[in-house]
Design a protein around this ligand. Sequence first.
Ligand code: NAX
Length: 328
Amino acid sequence: QKTPVRVAVTGAAGQIGYSLLFRIASGEMLGKDQPVILQLLELPMEKAQAALKGVMMELEDCAFPLLAGMVGTDDAEVAFKDADIALLVGARPRGPGMERKDLLLENAKIFTAQGAALNKVASRDVKVLVVGNPANTNAYIAMKSAPDLPAKNFTAMLRLDHNRALSQLANKAGVAVGDIEKLVVWGNHSPTMYPDYRFATVNGQSLKDKINDADWNANEFIPKVGKRGAAIIEARGLSSAASAANAAIDHIRDWVLGSNGKWVTMGVPSDGSYGIPEGVMYGVPVITANGEYTRVEGLEVDAFSRAAMDKTLAELEEERAGVAHLLG
Ligand code: NAX
């Protein structure tokens, strides 16, 4: 049997955690032959710890053959000890009357501490995915707080946006979602993101040939993908959870096991390409193989795309400026 992989998950007793942990333990993320050890972090409050205990009891009751061990804790250094993968899901939600800026700062505290804990105790190859919002900036903060770990190991989740866009395109074009390739979602995980299907193909043919509708693109498709999270809250009374967990599984599975030449979207620290300043945690198209991602380079940026990419960049730069004083 393979050596177990240590998977740390924060916010493990939350909504997304409840959809995520069982799929990780059943082998859907790392493969049906890969044992895992779950290292679960929750807030120290009694209620959170009790809820975590309940989730762990249910995990036990599934008798997953691949679940080789489990730890529940309120200490980040215990949760991240030797972690090979860290899914940072837990974050401070926006409370009533809380300003965006306060939310940013509250989360900055969490991700500074968690970045430092990863820096201290995680595997030197740890792959980090930040799901907790504001995901890109939280990932940036964790990366900056972990100077001994490679910056490329820190990523933010844009995959839910990517998957949402895929389904909208498949519906519009009347094609199978699995046949669409080469979609990109640029920028921040926020309504400013830019889903871009200029390069997309369906069974090798340009998708633009099937959907040649600039008005639909600008006034329906882009806003619909951007506001999908709000639409889910409106319909369900709760934010996206199962689809977010599914996207986290897709992100890590492709990063670890490879995307087989397909483009996927990951929020990664910019290398300066596409006019995005170095270090900004920005959604870009990547291909993954052998546990590494490689940016898709050299795509043309037309005027419409430049404006959309700069708009989401401006928001990220503003968020970054808002936490700069905390990062030294
Ligand atoms: P929940 O509020 O259901 O669960 C969050 C859990 O995290 C709670 O159990 C809480 O006790 C715990 N927690 C909070 N701070 C913590 C800390 N410092 N250390 C450890 N645990 C902590 O939220 P849920 O619906 O699970 O969403 C989690 C996060 O994902 C939110 O920030 C949410 O905004 C974000 N999302 C991100 C998405 C993305 O695509 N990047 C999409 C889905 C989701 O909205």
